[in-house]
Design a protein around this ligand. Sequence first.
Ligand SMILES: [Zn+2]
Length: 155
Amino acid sequence: MNCTRCNVELIESIEPIDTSFRGEQLSIEGIRHLRCPQCGEIEIPADELASYSEKLKQAYRDKTDMLLPEDIRALRTRYGLRQKEFERVIGVSFPTCSRWESGTSIPSLPANKLMQEAIENPPTMRRLMKRAGLSPQKKKGSIVALPPRSHADQS
Ligand SMILES: [Zn+2]
């Protein structure tokens, strides 16, 4: 296989792949690929693409202190919110929340920051919910009640 730009034969490589993702410079290790010795153009074989994209997301999460899908779900369920309600609270469109929780998409940096703030600071979350027209399930005082669990735990 030749480089589409230089028409030089690509060579197999397992060196880290330097790339930028959403403005962050990342180095992805352990991906078998073909590399042009002249221009550095990289060709990732189809069977490595899934693992490359996983590693890319993980490297981005590490670098930006990104919440994990389970963190986001935990925040949402802690306040008894449905996905649509949570989207209103954070200010994102449908079906962003389910994509975040399944890991198919990664929150934007501002959304991530907002959710981190909401996790660390319950009054912030309550204020956001109020602004979205949702009343936090309050029990005397300011403690937010967890949604009741049925004995057949469906979580
Ligand atoms: Zn080339």
